[in-house]
Design a protein around this ligand. Structure first.
Ligand code: ADP
Length: 249
């Protein structure tokens, strides 16, 4: 069966710093309802690819399309409004607010727009219901009146997913979502990523290959800025070039 058109698609994406090719001629297709892992040794160019896709850095060459629209020259805020949202490793939550308040604030800024001050009482109640639903989705509903600063590291990351989901992204970019987590939090977060990918596309940079093998439908391996191979985990992990790339690290 042929895959449907990619939600996020890059062609010939390149970035040079001075004369150094950090990313060279990268083609990438990220699909709805699939988790796509971007892996590779340190310095392979994974972070740079994320920075190019989110328009945080301008590309040297190549095109990027989001749901068919060319966003190669679009500003980062516009790209976020169009539904390409990156969840940063350092949580953008407010420690002295409750979880419910954190998610409410995020909901009041749909796709990064200014807070709408004209909301009626009815829609405010609706906001509370939506905030609670999002906390339920990430398993934090019972802690909704606690301060964000009280949360464990793993739960802070789950809250960050909830505030990101408030923007209802079409494509969610996750930077090492499992980094620094203990085994228990790793399985909770892995389950959460699978769950949120049911109604959007997810692209993640991740070093935990066990979890990548368990939850990612597509895997792209970068090496020295170039794509070594793309495919399912089974195929990619059995590729001798991939094995060599990791051994060389
Ligand atoms: P990864 O995320 O896979 O570890 P990066 O994308 O961070 O790799 O880096 C890829 C390469 O580009 C590295 O060799 C890095 O030193 C280089 N690089 C990244 N950002 C810059 C920059 N702003 N200026 C110069 N070189 C950079």
């Amino acid at each position: 069966v042929e895959k449907p058109r990619a939600v996020l698609s890059a062609r010939g994406l390149s970035k040079t710093f001075g004369g150094f090719h950090a990313v060279r001629n990268v083609d990438l297709d990220v699909h709805h309802a699939r988790v796509h892992a971007l892996i590779g040794p340190n310095g392979a160019g994974k972070t740079t690819v994320f920075n190019l896709l989110t328009k945080f850095l301008p590309s040297t060459a190549g095109t990027i399309r989001l749901e068919g629209t060319d966003i190669t020259r679009s500003a980062p805020a516009k790209v976020a409004r169009m539904g390409l949202v990156r969840s940063f490793q350092i949580s953008a939550t407010f420690p002295q607010m409750t979880l419910l308040e954190n998610v409410r604030v995020a909901l009041q800024r749909p796709n990064g727009q200014a807070v709408q001050f004209w909301r009626s009482l009815g829609s405010l109640r609706n906001l509370d219901r939506q905030a609670l639903e999002l906390l339920e989705r990430v398993g934090l509903q019972d802690m909704r009146h606690r301060l964000a600063s009280d949360l464990s590291y793993g739960r802070k990351r789950a809250l960050e997913i909830a505030t990101t989901l408030a923007l209802d992204p079409r494509v969610l970019l996750l930077d090492e979502p499992l980094a620094g987590m203990g085994q228990e939090d790793v399985s909770v977060m892995a389950g959460l990523i699978s769950e949120v990918a049911k109604d959007r596309a997810v692209l993640m940079v991740e070093h935990n290959l066990k979890v990548v093998s368990e939850i990612c439908h597509d895997v792209t391996v970068l090496q020295r800025g170039e794509i070594l191979t793309t495919g399912d985990y089974e195929t990619v992990s059995n590729d001798p070039r991939v094995r060599a790339a990791y051994m060389g690290n």
